[in-house]
Design a protein around this ligand. Structure first.
Ligand code: XMP
Length: 318
C-alpha cells in the first residue's frame, strides 16, 4: 500500500542517516520480524549489514538450511552461521521452570551472539522489535514481577555491549511488518509464516529438555506443519503447532504394550496475539496428524488436542 511504501522510504532514509558508512550487525532468527528488518536494513545499506544466525539447537526441522538459502543465496547478504546447539542444550540440561528456561536461552543467546558480533565489529545492532513486544513487556500495575512473559528481544542487553540500536519496525504491528516484507521481495514461505517464539521449541517442550525428547517434538512439529499445509489450512490459522508433554502413558504400538510420551496439538486464531480462539480443525486432518505422529515418531504413542482459548491459556505452553 501507499502508506507502507512511504514507511519503507522513510525507514531507509532514517537508517542511512543513523548509520552513515558504519556497520550494522543483526541477529537473524528466521522469524518474520528479524527477516523483514534484515531485508529493510540490507536495502538501505547493503553489505554494511552482517546477519548472525545462531542455531541454538531449538530450531524447527530444516530451518538453518532455509534461512541460508533465502538470505545468503537469494539476497546475497553477509550471513554468519553459528552452530551453538551443544552449548545451549548443555546449559539447558535439567532446567524445567519456564521462566528459567527463557532466561537461560536469552542469556546464552546474547553471549553467543556477542562473540559472533565482536568479530563483525559493528557499532550498530539491528533488531526486529515490534510494537506488541513493547506492550507486553510493560509491567502490569507498575509491578516488575507482573509482566506476562519476558520477551527476550526487549531489553536485557549487557552493559558492556555498547551497541546503538536500529529498530526500524518498533512501531509496527505484525500485519504491517508482513506487508513491508512482501514489498521488499521476501518469499511468502517466510513472510506468511506463523509467528514463532524467540525461545523456539524450547517453550513448546514442557519441562527439562533432553536431546531425545526434543527430537520427538521437532519431528512431530514438522508433521503437523506438513499436513496442515497439504490440507490447505496453514493460512487459515494464526498458529498451529505441536507441544511435547513429558508424561508417559500406556498404549499399544506394533501389537505390543508401549509406555511413551504425549504430543499435544494446538491451533489458534488471533488478530494481535493478545487474545486467541481455538480453531476447530477438521477431525480428519487431526486424525491424519495423529496417525503419522504415533507411527513416525519413536517414543510417542498418544496425541491430544488443546481446546483452551487465550485467556485463560497463553498461546505457548510456557
Ligand atoms: P503467549 O504465549 O504469550 O504468546 O500467548 C503470544 C505470542 O507471542 C509469541 N511468543 C513470543 N515471541 N519471543 C517472541 O518473539 C518470545 O519469547 C515469545 N513468547 C511467546 C507466541 O508464539 C504468540 O504468537
Amino acid at each position: 500500500s501507499w502508506t507502507m511504501e512511504k514507511f519503507i522510504d522513510e525507514a531507509i532514509a532514517d537508517i542511512r542517516s543513523q548509520v552513515g558508512g558504519q556497520k550494522v550487525v543483526l541477529g537473524l532468527s528466521g522469524g518474520v520480524d528479524s527477516s523483514v528488518v534484515a531485508a529493510l536494513i540490507h536495502k538501505a545499506i547493503g553489505k554494511q549489514l552482517t546477519c548472525v544466525f545462531v542455531n541454538h539447537g531449538l530450531l524447527r526441522k530444516n530451518e538453518p538450511e532455509m534461512v541460508q538459502e533465502i538470505f545468503a543465496r537469494n539476497f546475497d547478504m553477509n550471513l554468519c552461521y553459528v552452530d551453538a546447539s551443544d552449548r545451549f542444550l548443555d546449559k539447558l540440561k535439567g532446567v524445567s521452570d519456564p521462566e528459567q528456561k527463557r532466561k537461560v536461552i536469552g542469556k546464552e543467546f546474547i553471549e553467543v551472539f556477542a562473540e559472533a558480533a565482536a568479530k563483525v565489529d559493528a557499532p550498530f545492532l539491528g533488531q526486529g522489535t515490534i510494537y506488541p513486544d513493547i506492550l507486553e513487556s510493560i509491567p502490569l500495575d507498575g509491578n516488575p514481577n507482573g509482566v506476562i512473559k519476558s520477551h527476550h528481544n526487549v531489553g536485557g542487553l549487557p552493559e558492556n555491549m555498547k551497541f546503538k540500536l536500529v529498530e526500524p519496525v518498533e512501531r509496527l504491528f505484525k500485519d504491517e511488518v508482513r506487508e513491508v516484507g512482501r514489498m521488499l521481495g521476501l518469499p511468502s514461505e517466510l513472510i506468511d509464516r506463523h509467528p514463532f517464539p524467540g525461545p523456539s521449541l524450547g517453550v513448546r517442550h514442557v519441562g527439562a529438555i533432553e536431546r531425545s525428547t526434543l527430537a520427538m517434538l521437532r519431528e512431530a512439529d514438522a508433521i503437523v506443519t506438513e499436513e496442515l499445509t497439504k490440507a490447505g489450512w496453514y493460512h487459515k490459522t494464526w498458529q498451529t503447532f505441536a507441544i511435547f508433554v513429558p508424561v508417559k502413558t500406556v498404549g499399544i504400538k506394533n501389537h505390543q504394550r508401549s509406555y511413551d510420551y504425549v504430543i499435544a496439538i494446538r491451533s489458534i486464531n488471533s488478530v494481535d496475539a493478545v487474545t486467541a480462539q481455538v480453531v476447530r480443525l477438521p477431525w480428519e486432518l487431526l486424525e491424519t496428524m495423529m496417525e503419522r505422529i504415533v507411527k513416525e515418531v519413536d517414543g510417542v504413542n498418544r496425541v491430544v488436542y488443546d481446546i483452551t482459548a487465550k485467556p485463560p491459556g497463553t498461546i505457548e505452553w510456557e
